[in-house]
Design a protein around this ligand. Structure first.
Ligand SMILES: [Fe+2]
Ligand SMILES: [Fe+2]
Length: 164
C-alpha cells in the first residue's frame, strides 16, 4: 500500500511536515532569544505568530485524523481508555493547551514587550509535540502495522480523507 492508500504512511508523512514546521519554529525561538534589536525581535515574533496558524489548522486536522479515524479502530485491539492510545489523546490535549497558551504569550508580548514567557511556552510546546510524534512513529504506528487488516486500513484511509 502506498501513502495514498495506507493511512499509516499518510500520517507518517504528516509527521514529517510537522517536524519541518517545528524546526523552523525552534529556529525562530532561538533567534528571538538572541535578537539584539527590538525590531528584529518583532519580525521574528511575527514569523512565530504565523506558525500558530499551522497549529490551529493543519495540526488540528492531523490530531483529529488520528483521534477519529485511527484510534477507534486500533482501540479494538489495544484499548482506548488505558494504555498508549489514552496517553496519545492526553498529549494531543496538552499540545492544544500549550498552543493556546503560546498565543496568549504572543499577545502579551505585543503590549509588555517581555519575550521570555513566549520563548518558554514555545519551547514546551515544541518539545512535547516532537516527542509525541516520535512515540507514534516508533511505537504506536508499529503496533498498528501489526494488528490492522488491509480492510481496516482501507476504511481508516477513507475516513481520514473526510477530515479536513
Ligand atoms: Fe498524535
Ligand atoms: Fe501524529
Amino acid at each position: 500500500m502506498d501513502a495514498s492508500h495506507d493511512p499509516l504512511a499518510a500520517l507518517r508523512m504528516e509527521h514529517e511536515e510537522i517536524r519541518n514546521v517545528l524546526n523552523k519554529f525552534e529556529g525562530y525561538l532561538k533567534k528571538t532569544a538572541s535578537a539584539e534589536k527590538g525590531e528584529d525581535r518583532n519580525n521574528l515574533i511575527n514569523q512565530l505568530s504565523e506558525i500558530t496558524a499551522f497549529m490551529d489548522k493543519d495540526l488540528e486536522i492531523h490530531f483529529k485524523r488520528e483521534e477519529e479515524a485511527l484510534f477507534p479502530v486500533l482501540g479494538n485491539y489495544i484499548g482506548i481508555e488505558t494504555g498508549p492510545i489514552n496517553v496519545m489523546i492526553i498529549e494531543h490535549n496538552h499540545c492544544r493547551d500549550l498552543s493556546a497558551a503560546f498565543k496568549v504569550k504572543i499577545n502579551n508580548y505585543l503590549s509588555d514587550k517581555d519575550y521570555k514567557p513566549l520563548i518558554g511556552a514555545g519551547n514546551s510546546l515544541s518539545q512535547l509535540l516532537s516527542e509525541h510524534e516520535d512515540k507514534e512513529d516508533n511505537i504506536l504506528f508499529n503496533m498498528a502495522e501489526m494488528h490492522l487488516t488491509q480492510d481496516e486500513k482501507r476504511n481508516i484511509m477513507e475516513k481520514i480523507l473526510t477530515i479536513k
